[in-house]
Design a protein around this ligand. Structure first.
Ligand code: HEM
Length: 471
């Protein structure tokens, strides 16, 4: 009898892995289509984003074809078998399980392998706390609010003198000047222009198929990155040498901050880590902030009733200031309507259509299989443009922020431990810009019907050409 029980237990224990395997295969793979060999579904993706310019129909067409499942589809994108996650519940699950879904952007090499956006685990936590303290916390934001205003005020004055400007180009110029100053104490001039060009090359590569073949955007991005690293490396070495020679080299910019960071054992970041992080932060903050500011100019021109309310609120603040006095980050926290305009613009700008993860093991989600080593594209854009989450989603309506968004429906900055490290910095820059624009200027769109493009970012084809004058 005892032998029989022992045998039964033995068989059961022995069979457990097999049962587990069967249960795993019993789970369905998410519905979907792997597309053509090598290219996968890139052509379909490009069709919706680039050709017909209806980006959300990429997901809508899949929903019509396959149903909703658990908010997952299988596909092959950017060179990898990929699970597309389009429902807020599944995104939330993935953000929370950050050991099962680690960062997995196709272009990690361009972002920097030792940067905040690439590392995970305790290294990520440590680096993140430093970076957010240096630029995304109230004290840092107070300082940054003052540092960025001279450039913004001067830029707007020069726009009004020219009277006709391309908002996208000009906003990028002023944003980059501010980033250059905050991150590496770079002043406007030919060097900054050259660095800007190199960043452009990298940014284009980040959104491209990762092909290291001359002539392709990714290859060009890698070349630009090399040149950029050389420039920043020389700057770092100069600072180190000055320190060794006993000369004052401290500038209080992000590069200094990263060079000074130490853990409990006194370990510092390596040269490569400092440089990777500067590049990562510029990649994260440059185009994103510029595109949002550009869209704010566009939407306000198209929605005079919103501009009127925004102007009223900001004029009321100006009354308490002397001429030319800058506003503070504490002032901004009182600008209730302005903050709604900022949020609504960020929602509609949809800077990142998706964020990428890599499954570190086989995962079962609501009866569906997510295989180990597959990429996951969390399709955050779809959360913001889906009428199931936002009423009349394509309508610019800051008033919708009188109440918070439905849980999980607002993911413009991602979520979980990797939520954007510059989210408050971005918001404050947009709010400061709106303050000076709305209280000092009137403007009109020259091509109000210009269609939008969606890659690498969504922008109107004319880059928002405006005529602008002082009030
Ligand atoms: C409106 C503007 C911005 C938007 C919409 C935006 C969006 C995002 C999103 C969606 C993520 C998550 C990426 C992921 O989960 O893989 C992210 C991460 C990040 N962002 Fe932003 N971002 C903005 C501005 C900025 C700024 C101004 C900076 C810094 C100067 C910045 C730096 C970063 C960094 C370093 C990360 C990686 C964080 C981590 O992995 O811990 N971003 N951003």
């Amino acid at each position: 009898m005892e032998v029989t029980v022992a045998m039964a237990v033995g068989v059961l224990v022995g069979a457990l892995p097999l049962v587990g395997l069967l249960a795993w295969w019993w789970n369905e793979a998410p519905a979907g289509h792997m597309g053509f060999p090598f290219l996968g579904e890139m052509l379909t993706f490009l069709w919706y984003f680039k050709v017909v310019k209806r980006p959300d129909d990429f997901i809508n067409s899949k929903r019509r074809k396959y149903g909703d499942g658990a908010g997952l589809f299988r596909s092959h994108l950017f060179g990898h078998p990929t699970i597309i996650a389009f429902a807020p519940a599944v995104s939330k699950y993935m953000y929370q399980k950050d050991d099962e879904f680690i960062i997995g952007w196709p272009s990690m090499e361009l972002i920097g392998l030792t940067s905040l956006g690439a590392v995970h685990g305790p290294r990520h936590t440590r680096l993140r706390s430093f970076v957010t303290n240096a630029m995304n916390q109230p004290n840092a934001l107070r300082r940054i609010a003052f540092l960025v205003q001279p450039n913004i005020v001067a830029a707007l004055q020069s726009w009004a003198q020219t009277s006709r400007v391309n908002a996208y180009k000009q906003v990028k110029k002023v944003t980059f000047e501010n980033i250059g100053r905050l991150f590496a104490s770079l002043e406007p001039g030919p060097e900054l222009v050259a660095i800007d060009e190199l960043f452009h090359g990298i940014l284009k590569g980040v959104r491209a198929q990762p092909l290291k073949i001359p002539g392709f955007a990714y290859h060009h991005g890698v070349q630009c990155r090399k040149k950029l690293m050389d420039i920043f490396r020389k700057k770092m070495e100069k600072r180190k040498k000055m320190e060794l020679d006993g000369l004052e080299s401290k500038t209080n910019d992000l590069m200094d901050g990263l060079m000074g960071i130490q853990d409990e054992q006194g370990n510092r970041l390596s040269e490569q880590e400092v440089l990777d992080n500067i590049v990562n932060l510029v990649i994260g903050g440059y185009e994103s902030t510029s595109v949002v500011i550009m869209w704010s100019i566009y939407y306000l021109a198209k929605n005079p009733h919103v501009l009127r309310k925004l102007r009223e609120e900001n004029m009321a603040l100006r009354k308490n200031k002397t001429a030319g006095e800058f506003i503070t980050s504490d002032d901004i926290s009182e600008l209730k309507y302005t903050k709604k305009v900022v949020e609504e613009t960020i929602r509609m700008a949809n800077i990142a259509a998706m964020v990428f993860r890599l499954a570190t093991k086989d995962v079962e989600y609501k009866g569906y299989r997510i295989p180990k080593n597959w990429k996951v594209a969390i399709w955050i854009r779809y959360a913001h443009t889906n009428p199931e989450h936002f009423q009349d989603p394509m309508c610019f309506n800051p008033g919708r922020w009188d109440v918070p968004a439905a849980p999980g429906a607002y993911q413009v900055f991602g979520g979980g431990s990797r939520i954007c490290a510059g989210n408050m910095l971005a918001r404050i820059q947009v709010a400061i810009f709106l303050h000076h624009l709305s209280t000092g200027y009137k403007w009109e769109l020259l091509n109000p019907d210009a269609p939008a493009i969606y890659l690498p970012h969504s922008i109107p084809t004319d880059g928002v050409e405006i005529s602008i004058a002082a009030l």
